[in-house]
Design a protein around this ligand. Structure first.
Ligand code: MOS
Length: 737
């Protein structure tokens, strides 16, 4: 099915099942421990051997000498794989896959040096620590601030250009009566999901099956195939349940590639999980950014010039953090400029994490807008409303937004949160020893769509079985697929069975970039639409005015049950949704506004978030319960980014010092107040037949700035260097009275 024109009225609009809050269909399996995660497929491979990865202890250089004799002789050891005996590999593949242990070169800290396979996990770990490695270290580039001057204009990242320019920014800014020129920094951050990267690899002759934890099974399939120099059709990737990914599992790392190589060598299934410290340095992270914002405005608050420059770092060939993305779309302004510069760093590979681009870009932009509002003595909401645009400000009115309720989000939130009670002058509100402040920030996240297929089968019992390689990373996709199929086929949700996370099933969008439910759900829609036509024809009905309801199809006063039309072996159809150029003709994004109240302790500068409310407009909300859960997850991450999350770089040795969850701080329950999420009514007929847009990542976008703006309002201290830890605030606090 091609999606080239705005969707008309379709069966999803009935909203008998879609659009309602449903518990997760996989919930009981998860809370009872019966949902099988990557490391837990014991029945599929009762004889699996255990692997343990030894990572490099230097940031850059090479292995000079490697003594594996003791490890090889240790009890239970079956194999010690190193660069000396690793098979020949392809260099690079889809999903950022790259060869592992292919040479003596150490590309970054915790680059694999050896992989020990043994009868038990403990034996493998013990033997791995008997391996003696001598390195030659080479000087590495580990410091973004020092390398900023060497940063270069990178190649486009997909369709995202490094630079954009409209009008004459420099002249426009110089001529602006009010000018703001501020620089913010955000640190390296780690995904910190609960389930580690883990893989079980099983070979059946020359066909490989990996049970792994991966958001994009088809990328993993193709990436693995190119590294192992196989046909993709000989690689099957299964990823049924995922204990969080946040971008770290979009891609392929050592666990997938090395277990596959070891299992092939041993002719025996092998499994391994990365340790928590290895996750920080061996897999990816969100790269640090330096962001300069310049905004010129008239005294009454109209933006005339807006410029956003971003510097970040990555390994040779790595991509850039698209932190200026939102500045291309969010506000009007005649003279515009955005740029990204990329420095080569020898730190671990940086990649997508939790709304890459906007999540950290808005932490700068939405603070800068707050600073501009103060400079103008204007309400920050009024300033945002005044500079709203209903079309892409880089291209003009010929490219309108498909839907945009940014102003409505701001207004609704202001009303519900009690914005009118805020004192714009900082440091005026007290509650005992707490200084109280309120802040706001806008949110935008680009709406992405990906072609996606599904197979739908009607079985002789009248059950509807939905299959695709889509994943559920804890976001609710199993449930949303069940809702869509139930809506389309006119059956209760209990009669729908959803399978996903298997590359032997039709190729679906996967979970990333908030495209998951909207894209893969549209694939389910397309397959159900096809099944409806097949059934209508079988029943002798005219396909266009058949009603599917109550487990029957009816036309006029004649009706037949679904099961009476199924073949004994079931009736199966497959279809794909293919998105055309509607994202080129229309700017597509989800919008929101976050309202935050903080307390700043007068004595210690400890910041506590007391209230957080998000208003979101993201097209049709397919399931308000799972959507709300995603938003509060994102909001929690936004608080983390504002107040605590930071990978501390050892700029001498090139690694992240705080590489576990004891020292890399993420918010815990005690850090998080009751949070409110409000969804505005919206249908976006240019986004998909579901009329939905991406929601998952919108929750984090802008939250960091809302917290920082609230901190400023509380105590008058503006910190432009995230996270806002108390040591940065304390020296600037007003004297305690
Ligand atoms: Mo997301 S960072 O595309 O998992």
């Amino acid at each position: 099915m091609d999606f080239n024109e705005a969707a008309g009225t379709n069966p999803i609009d009935q909203t008998r099942v879609v659009g309602h809050a449903h518990d997760r269909v996989d919930g009981p399996l998860k809370v009872s421990g019966r949902a099988t995660y990557a490391y837990e497929f014991h029945n599929e491979a009762p004889d699996a051997a255990y692997g343990y990865m030894l990572g490099a202890g230097i940031g850059k250089g090479r292995i000079e000498a490697l003594d594996t004799a003791a490890a090889e002789a240790a009890p239970g050891v079956l194999l010690v794989l190193t660069h000396r005996n690793a098979p020949e590999q392809g260099k690079k593949g889809k999903g950022s896959a790259r060869a592992q242990m292919a040479s003596a070169e150490v590309r970054n800290f915790d680059d694999p040096v050896a992989f020990v396979v043994a009868e038990s996990f403990e034996q493998a770990r013990e033997a791995a620590h008997m391996i003696r490695v001598r390195y030659v270290t080479e000087p590495g580039r580990f410091d973004l601030v020092a390398e900023r001057g060497n940063a270069k204009k990178p190649e486009p990242k997909g369709s995202t250009l490094a630079d954009t320019a409209v009008g004459d920014f420099e002249a426009g800014f110089a001529a602006a009566p009010v000018q703001l020129d501020v620089t913010y920094t955000t640190p390296d951050q780690s995904h910190a999901m609960i389930e580690p990267h883990a893989t079980l690899a099983i070979w059946h002759c020359d066909r490989l099956t990996v049970y792994t934890s991966n958001q994009m099974p088809n990328w993993a399939q193709h990436g693995l195939a190119s590294i192992l120099q196989m046909e993709p059709t000989d690689v099957r990737v299964i990823s049924r349940y995922i204990g969080g990914g946040f971008g770290s599992k979009l891609f392929v790392y050592g666990d997938i590639i090395i277990t596959a190589m070891a299992a092939r060598k041993l002719q025996r299934p092998v499994k391994m999980a990365l340790t928590r410290p290895q996750i920080f340095n061996h897999t990816s992270h969100r790269p640090a950014t330096i962001q300069r914002l310049r905004i010129g405005a008239t005294p009454d608050g109209a933006i005339t010039a807006i410029g956003h420059e971003v510097w970040c770092g990555n390994q040779e060939g790595g991509t850039f953090e698209t932190a200026a993305n939102q500045t291309r779309l969010l506000y009007a302004g005649k003279h515009r400029m955005t740029s990204h510069r990329l420095a080569v760093l020898d730190l671990p590979v940086g990649n997508a994490m939790r709304a890459p681009g906007e999540a950290v870009g808005l932490m700068a932009l939405e603070c800068a807008v707050d600073e501009l509002a103060e400079r103008l003595r204007m309400d920050p909401i009024e300033l945002r409303v005044m500079n709203d645009t209903q079309f892409d400000p880089e291209t003009g009115p010929e490219r309108p937004f498909s839907s945009r309720k940014f102003v409505e989000c701001l207004r609704t939130g202001a009303d519900r949160f009690g914005w009118a009670k805020r004192n714009p002058k900082p440091g005026q509100m007290r509650d005992g020893h707490w200084l109280i402040g309120i802040g706001v920030a806008g949110a935008i996240r680009e709406n992405l769509t990906m072609k996606s297929a599904a197979r739908v089968t009607l079985d002789p019992q009248g059950q509807v079985i939905v299959e695709s390689s889509m994943t559920d990373i804890g976001t609710g996709t199993y449930t949303v697929h069940a809702q869509i199929a139930a809506e389309m086929m006119g059956v209760p949700m209990e009669r729908v069975i959803v399978h996903m996370g298997d590359t032997d099933m039709p190729e679906a969008a996967g979970s990333g970039g908030s495209w998951g439910a909207n894209s893969s759900g549209s694939g389910v829609y397309a397959a159900c639409d096809k099944l409806r036509r097949v059934l209508a024809q079988k029943a002798g009905f005219n396909a266009d005015d058949v009603v599917f309801a109550g487990g029957k199809l009816s036309q006029g006063n004649r009706s037949v049950t679904l099961e009476s039309l199924a073949d004994p072996q079931g009736l199966s159809v497959e279809a794909e949704i293919d998105f055309g150029d509607l994202t080129k003709r229309y700017a597509q994004a989800s919008f929101g506004a976050h309202f935050c109240e903080v307390g700043v302790d007068l004595a210690t500068a400890e910041v506590r978030v007391r209230r957080l409310m998000s208003v979101a407009a993201a097209g049709r909300i397919l399931n308000p319960k799972t959507a709300r859960s995603q938003c509060i997850g994102g909001m929690t991450m936004g608080i983390g980014a504002a107040l605590m999350e930071q990978c501390v770089v050892d700029t001498r040795h090139g690694y992240f010092v705080n590489h576990d969850l004891a020292e890399y701080h993420v918010p815990v329950h005690a850090d998080i107040p009751d949070m409110d999420v409000i969804f505005l009514e919206e249908l976006d007929d240019k986004s998909s037949p579901l009329k939905a847009k991406g929601i998952g990542e919108l929750g984090i976008c802008g939250v960091g700035a809302a917290v920082a703006n609230a901190v400023y309002n509380a105590c008058g201290v503006r910190i432009r260097d995230y996270p806002l830890t108390l040591d940065k605030i304390l020296p600037h606090l007003p004297p305690m009275v």
